[in-house]
Design a binder for this molecule. Structure first.
Ligand SMILES: *Cc1c(COP(=O)(O)O)cnc(C)c1O
Length: 491
């Protein structure tokens, strides 16, 4: 096979190996790393279709990484064969009437981020060794709620690493906050930011691109890396579950060999759905990728008109992990479509200076986009429980709603999988209210109990003991003091 180079989306950094791309997280020019060779990958479905989830992960990741077989085994087995997930196959494909729901929340923190963040620490530590990095790796992460806890769990007490997580103080659910603040480990820090997720993410990106700051850290023996989906090592493991789901549908007679499947994805930073696009590019028979947004519908407007415009009010929703106006991984899609780093650079500059850019909307024929209002989201939770007997969280409900809208609007009856990204018990307040119409206003843990009683469903193991865990982190900061906070933590 040809050399597996990773390039920056904006073309001002030299090509690097997979290990270098993962160890660094972000390209030195501020762009995102993309696999140059992706057009040359074409997986043999026949060879992959009966593999277990971990073996499938090895087969797929093997083609994207520069790891030896032993290195790959260590990473995949450590993450996926060590009892961290509460189902044997890591995910569950559940029948939901005329479509299926892919449950991606059976990992240690009950959100889909676990699919990648259980394996990322193995990838990052191995990658930095392979690329000759002697410094301690400091993982800096901005979170809209779920990445933070999943990354903290993944990197907690991993030798040679530290992890610092920033989250919007009033922009995550009570359960999400308590999950993060109760994390132990000698190498973890969690900081509440007085701002929204975009402020938080922008702050982290600023720290990465501040040359002088990074040089000063290097002298002290630290190198920054990222656990956000701007790190290609976060994205690649997500390709696996698209393949796995397709094969599961085949095994269960839901589809025939070669038949196309649509995927409807609750979207925020565009990482999850981009992995679906990479799956399609590498040979999986995917029809449409349906991009579902909540009321922060920047992406819906973008796919309809070609205008990306973040100049609008940031709305807090019942699906907080999707409250995002700057959808980072869209940059990778733009690169793939345009194949012109200068043009991507100029679009990203437009985003930075004007908060907007424009491209030809006909560039994206394999995408459809829609959104769900707050009211739609809550009524979909209720309808799905009453009609299908399935308890879904608000993020999944957004995608369920958009799936229905898509079918109504297009008449496309291609078999569809709706991705379910979090346990309903991470958002008990909204779910309880949607089902029983009473204002919650109660202790989130009592609400979980009540929800469990009234719906006859179980609280996931990872959330059950949360209430008795003490709060261990107490730091807060203004968005413009984030760099200073990192300096203090590392001094
Ligand atoms: C992160 C997250 C999303 C959005 O995924 P992206 O890859 O950022 O598009 C959706 N739902 C939940 C529950 C999440 O945690």
């Amino acid at each position: 096979m040809s050399k597996k180079n990773y390039l920056s989306t904006i073309g001002q950094s030299s090509p690097v190996s997979a290990s270098q791309a993962i160890a660094k997280g972000l390209a030195p020019d501020g762009g995102l790393f993309v696999p140059e060779f992706i057009d040359n990958i074409s997986f043999d479905l026949e060879r992959l279709k009966d593999l277990s989830y971990p073996d499938l992960a090895k087969a797929i990741l093997g083609d994207f990484l520069d790891f030896t077989e032993e290195e790959l085994d260590e990473a995949v087995d450590g993450a996926y064969r060590s009892g961290k997930f509460d189902t044997q196959n890591l995910v569950a494909v559940t029948d939901a009437g005329d479509h299926s729901i892919l449950e991606l929340h059976h990992g240690p923190t009950a959100a889909f981020k676990d699919m990648a963040l259980t394996i990322l620490p193995y990838l990052v530590t191995r990658a930095s060794k392979k690329s000759g990095e002697a410094n301690e790796i400091v993982i800096l992460t901005a979170t809209s709620g779920d990445t933070g806890k999943a990354a903290l769990e993944g990197f907690k007490d991993v030798p040679g690493t530290r992890i610092i997580v920033f989250y919007p103080k009033d922009g995550v659910s009570d359960v999400q906050e308590r999950q993060m603040l109760s994390t132990g480990g000698d190498n973890t820090d969690v900081i509440g930011i007085f701002g929204n997720f975009d402020d938080t993410q922008t702050g982290v990106k600023h720290i990465f691109s501040d040359k002088a700051f990074n040089e000063a850290l290097d002298e002290k023996g630290y190198t920054l890396s990222s656990a956000n989906s701007i790190n290609i090592g976060r994205l690649l493991p997500q390709i696996v579950y698209y393949y796995y789901t397709y094969f599961d549908l085949l095994r269960n007679g839901k589809i025939k060999e070669g038949e196309r499947v649509n995927f409807c994805v609750p979207t925020g930073n565009f990482g999850d759905i981009l992995a679906g696009y990479y799956a399609k590019k590498t040979g999986l028979p995917v029809g449409k990728l349906i991009c579902a947004s909540n009321q922060n519908k920047v992406l819906t407007d973008f796919f309809e008109s070609g205008d990306y415009d973040k100049n609008r009010a940031f709305l807090k929703s019942v699906s907080p992990s999707m409250d995002i106006l700057i959808s980072s991984n869209l940059e990778r899609l733009l690169y793939d479509k345009l194949r012109d780093p200068d043009q991507v650079a100029s679009l990203m500059k437009g985003l930075k200076t004007e908060g907007a850019y424009r491209v030809d909307p006909s560039l994206f024929p394999e995408f459809f986009a829609g959104y769900a209002s707050e009211e739609d989201t809550l009524s979909t939770i209720k309808r799905t429980f009453e009609e299908e007997g399935l308890l879904i969280d608000p993020h999944t409900a957004v995608a369920e709603k958009v799936y229905r809208d898509y079918r109504d609007a297009t008449g496309d009856d291609t078999y569809t999988v709706v991705l379910s990204t979090a346990s309903p018990y991470k958002f008990s307040g909204a779910v309880y209210e949607a089902l029983f119409g009473e204002a919650p206003g109660e202790d989130p843990f009592e609400l979980q109990e009540k929800l469990s009683e009234r719906t006859g469903t179980k609280i996931p193991f990872s959330l059950r003991d949360l209430r008795s865990k003490p709060v261990l982190h107490h730091k807060t900061a203004e968005p413009d003091a984030m760099e200073e906070t990192v300096r203090v933590i590392l001094s």
